[in-house]
Design a protein around this ligand. Structure first.
Ligand SMILES: [Fe+2]
Length: 303
């Protein structure tokens, strides 16, 4: 009898929790639908309704629910990415797009919270490895992996998005580092001394910045990419196929690459702002300052 009462109480708590999930997600339904996430949203809702009405078809319904919520989150993450690119490509501020982006960010926050709560409450005590480590599902979409050995204490809300954006920034930074080094070694002509030194200043800065960015990703609880292959896939800055024909060609390439890094930094900054991640914001302001100044110095050196 007592056992039954306890079970009823537990079921009640679970029911409450599921009702709360529906309530939390409900104001964002329109956002999910506009982002073409209808199927994923319906999957989540039908499973919740199934659990609530005891019409459960899964042996581990909560794990299944977390999986479906993660799928919805992955899709949302993609929509956020695409949207961000659209915003960046617009020559002027597009209020409508920015408002939509804010709605996506809000929905992402709500979804992350729901998954985190479910994951925490339904992980058996002593089970140090969660059955659905945060970020694991998004591995297919983003490079950083959740570091299972790291505590989640240092994690901030939305850390996966910030870490993902930082990984792209890291890839572009290191590609530009290689480019600057490549030109430092191979520059020729009357401006040799000045350019050889300027490129050296730049690659030293980029090398240090890359290290800081990678360590920021680690501080957020994620692994960082670090192979040439992953960098070439993620970098906005293109690697050289051949040496530019003269110093001016190098300068032109570098100006363009610094602009691309600037855009990447701006993208990270926007995401970090949405996630209230002041440390990353501060870091990106520093990067933008460096890339702006470098663009000026390089373009002023063109003949
Ligand atoms: Fe050198």
């Amino acid at each position: 009898m007592l056992k039954q009462k306890i079970q009823n109480a537990l079921d009640q708590t679970l029911d409450d929790q599921l009702e709360t999930i529906l309530e939390i997600l409900s104001p964002h339904e329109k956002t999910f639908r506009s982002g073409d996430m209808v199927a994923e949203l319906e999957d989540v809702k039908s499973l919740i309704k199934g659990i609530l009405s005891d019409d459960i078809q899964h042996s581990k319904p909560l794990e299944e629910l977390i999986t479906r919520l993660e799928l919805l989150k992955d899709k949302l993450s993609l929509s956020l990415e695409e949207h961000q690119v659209q915003i960046e490509e617009k020559p002027s501020v597009d209020k409508k797009l920015e408002l939509e982006q804010q709605r996506f960010v809000a929905a992402y926050g709500a979804l992350s919270q729901v998954i985190e709560d479910l994951d925490t409450e339904n992980t058996p005590k002593g089970d140090t490895q969660k059955h659905h480590p945060k970020g694991e599902k998004t591995m297919k979409l983003v490079t950083p992996q959740t570091d299972k050995m790291t505590t989640t204490e240092t994690e901030i809300k939305g850390d996966t998005r910030v870490a993902e954006a930082l990984s792209h920034m890291l890839a572009s930074t290191y590609t530009l580092y290689m480019k600057s080094l490549f030109y430092h070694w191979n520059v020729t002509g009357p401006q040799f001394n000045g350019l050889h030194s300027l490129f050296e200043e730049h690659y030293e800065n980029l090398h240090e910045a890359g290290d800081d960015i990678a360590e920021r990703i680690r501080s957020l609880g994620h692994y960082t990419p670090g192979t040439l292959q992953s960098f070439s896939k993620m970098s906005k800055v293109q690697d050289d196929n051949e040496l530019p024909k003269d110093a001016n060609g190098m300068l032109q390439n570098l100006v363009e690459a610094h602009e691309l890094c600037n855009q990447e930094a701006r993208r990270v900054l926007n995401i970090a702002e949405a996630e209230n991640d002041e440390v990353t914001i501060d870091m990106m302001v520093g990067r933008m300052e460096f890339h702006d100044k470098s663009k000026w110095m390089l373009s002023s050196s063109m003949s």
